[in-house]
Ligand binder design. Structure first.
Ligand SMILES: Cc1cc2nc3c(=O)[nH]c(=O)nc-3n(C[C@H](O)[C@H](O)[C@H](O)COP(=O)(O)OP(=O)(O)OC[C@H]3O[C@@H](n4cnc5c(N)ncnc54)[C@H](O)[C@@H]3O)c2cc1C
Length: 289
């Protein structure tokens, strides 16, 4: 289908983009990679009269270290995440997961900021951001604010972003010593969204689990932290019994929508299995057995 007609704007700065969003209000939409927005426009689920394309704003691109944190500009593409030597060294779960997103064409244009801002429970970055304890920078007409990933995802296609705000970047702590992370994603075929996926970050002190972050993709109205599953692991020497207990706790919070990828029971079961696999891999990468 062909989308309704719209006016196209390509501002060169964040300030100019915000001015356009303020001017056109609900009639405007931000365009990043376009791989979620344009399909919605073609289906007429979204009918913006003005598109504000962020592609010319250099300040929104790139991956760098700043004051001991990793800062990723919102217009950084999946392929740039995959190619980043800094992320490979300091946050390897992110490029690992980006390789599992969609297909080469989508990864070439799709951005981390668009993936997060869209609020789709099927997108992979929301659970990754939750498991990595990321902070987002949002800029609007009244200035800039920081918001934790845990406060950002409010429901399906519903986030803490105001209509005149731009997600400008993501801040992450580099992976600490004795820490391992893994993203395990079940999908029916290359290029598909997750049937179920789990992001896990585990820190060990000797063989004992010091901290565990577990987040789930496409298993509820939005990405979610599996807090009870995390609690089951912390302070323990993790064995298969505990991994199973954590997986069961994760399954208890799953409430997936049924679709062609499976019914709720199957998806929940696979959510448990992805959690098990991600915990095992994270422990191994943290230097445990
Ligand atoms: C065939 C196919 C398969 C896919 N498979 C996967 C998958 O497996 N996993 C996955 O995670 N995704 C998948 N996607 C989605 C893809 O990753 C999209 O690129 C992503 O969801 C949106 O990023 P974008 O840059 O294309 O954003 P756009 O489509 O341009 O924008 C998406 C939404 O976010 C808003 N927005 C964008 N950037 C900002 C910003 N900086 N600040 C505020 N609002 C903003 C837009 O206004 C729009 O509402 C798939 C897409 C396709 C077409």
């Amino acid at each position: 289908m062909i989308p309704p007609s719209f006016a196209y704007h390509a501002p060169g700065s964040v300030d100019d983009a915000i001015a356009l969003l303020s001017q056109y209000g609900d009639a405007a939409k931000i365009l990043a990679g376009g791989h979620s927005l344009l399909p919605m426009m073609k289906l007429r689920f979204a009918e913006p009269e003005h598109l504000v394309d962020l592609k010319n704003i250099d300040a929104l691109k790139g991956i760098r270290e700043e004051n001991g944190e990793i800062v990723i500009g919102s217009m950084t593409t999946e392929n740039e995440l995959i190619a980043s030597a800094l992320l490979a060294e300091k946050c390897p779960m992110l490029p690992e997961a980006a390789r599992m997103i969609a297909d080469p064409q989508v990864r070439n244009r799709g951005t981390i900021g668009g993936d997060i801002s869209h609020g789709d429970p099927g997108n992979d970055h929301p659970a990754l951001m939750l498991a990595l304890d990321a902070t987002f920078t949002l800029v609007g007409p009244n200035g800039s604010r920081q918001i934790a990933a845990s406060d950002f995802f409010l429901g399906t296609f519903f986030t803490a972003l105001e209509a005149d705000e731009i997600l400008t970047g993501v801040r992450l702590a580099p992976q600490a010593a004795n820490t391992g992370a893994s993203y395990q994603k079940l999908k029916r075929k290359t290029g598909d969204y997750a049937t179920a996926a789990a992001a896990v970050v585990i820190s060990l002190s000797g063989e004992t689990c010091q901290s565990a972050n577990i987040a789930l993709t496409n298993l509820g109205a939005t990405a979610m932290r599996a807090s009870a599953a995390e609690t089951a692991l912390v302070g323990q020497v993790i064995d298969e019994d505990l991994i199973n207990q954590a997986a069961v706790k994760a399954m208890e919070i799953c409430d997936p929508a049924e679709d062609l990828r499976g019914d709720a029971e199957y998806k929940t079961h696979m959510g448990g299995e992805m959690t098990r696999r991600a915990i095992r891999a994270a422990i191994q990468r943290a230097g445990g057995n």
